[in-house]
Design a protein around this ligand. Structure first.
Ligand code: GLY
Length: 308
């Protein structure tokens, strides 16, 4: 067994008013806890950081509670268009997909782009073509159409505007995205982020999650970062790379780097969201500008913690 690993996962940020209902809060925390323990098991058996973040992100995509994979929100045409990215801190290799439907686990397709193509980002029809070329099965539309997501889109259409995930009262309540960062026992870092984006978003809109340096970043010499928030603000501030640059150029640890990134996000664009980060020494840190962020962590193989 190998125990000097660290792992963090998140399931979205926002006001999260729905977690005032204790039953919903328990469901979120239980899902995060179970997935963290799954990741612990994999890492302690020698899984690489890349394998761990892909596994944890896939499990989050499989849980309809979260806005990714089967729980993805619907766009203005009532369709799912998902984004995902993954990065390997060993050599800065990266893969991403954007504006795709019919893929149960977009993070797995992003991994195939990273490992099996000479490209970093594939979108839409081309990404699906690549998926089939790699032998990945397409998933029928009905898999993604949960009753909650259909009702949420109907509400957004009634209001005639974009909504940001579970947004019952008209204010931006939750910026749904899922993500994972890991440092394995060899000291290698990786990050993955996946999302359905924003309710009632324009067809073809791409957020920060598949943009390397915005919603996802990993470099063994600095840190691994996964972000969750209002994607346009994270792209404009190159948010994940800003956090990594704080490690590289200010000699920050994970805590100081996240604080620096959150401060920059707030100051520059009054950005909404948060991030999880593991630095090259395995220290874990999180931060957000929103009232809450669903996340959990295991630092240096210790106890697991889950928080809003
Ligand atoms: N952060 C997810 C998005 O804006 O699409």
């Amino acid at each position: 067994m190998r125990n000097d690993f660290s792992l963090m996962i998140h399931g979205g940020a926002g006001a999260l008013d729905n977690v005032k209902d204790e039953r919903i809060a328990v469901r979120y925390l239980e899902s995060i806890r179970v997935i963290l323990e799954y990741g612990r098991d994999a890492l302690s058996r020698g899984a690489t950081a890349v394998e761990a973040v892909e596994t944890c992100a896939s499990l989050l995509e499989d849980d309809p509670l979260f806005n990714a994979g089967c729980g993805s929100v619907l766009n203005e045409n009532g369709k799912v268009e998902m984004d995902a990215g993954i990065m390997d801190g060993r050599d800065l290799s990266a893969g991403a997909v954007a504006a795709i439907g019919n893929i149960a686990n977009p993070v797995q397709l992003a991994r195939l782009v990273m490992d099996g193509s000479e490209h970093v980002l594939l979108i839409g029809e081309g990404a699906l073509h690549f998926a089939q070329h790699c032998g990945m099965e397409l998933t029928p539309d009905h898999y993604f159409f949960t009753p909650d997501r259909i009702r949420q889109l109907d509400e957004a259409r009634l209001r005639g505007r974009i909504m940001l995930d579970h947004d019952a009262d008209g204010d931006a309540q939750k910026y749904g995205t899922i993500g994972a960062v890991a440092r394995d026992s060899n000291g290698d870092l990786a990050a993955a982020t996946s999302t359905g984006g924003i309710v009632n978003k324009r067809m073809g809109r791409v957020g920060d999650s598949p943009i390397i340096g915005a919603g996802v970043y990993a470099d063994n010499e600095t840190c691994a970062v996964s972000a969750t928030g209002y994607g346009e603000e994270f792209m404009r501030t190159v948010f994940a790379k800003t956090i990594a640059d704080a490690v590289e150029f200010r000699d920050a640890d994970a805590r100081d780097a996240v604080d620096f990134g959150i401060g920059y996000l707030r100051r520059k664009v009054n950005g909404r969201g948060g991030a999880i980060c593991i630095d090259r020494h395995g220290n874990c840190a999180s931060g957000m500008t929103t009232p809450k962020m669903i996340h959990g962590w295991i630092e240096h193989g210790g106890e697991s913690f889950c928080r809003f």
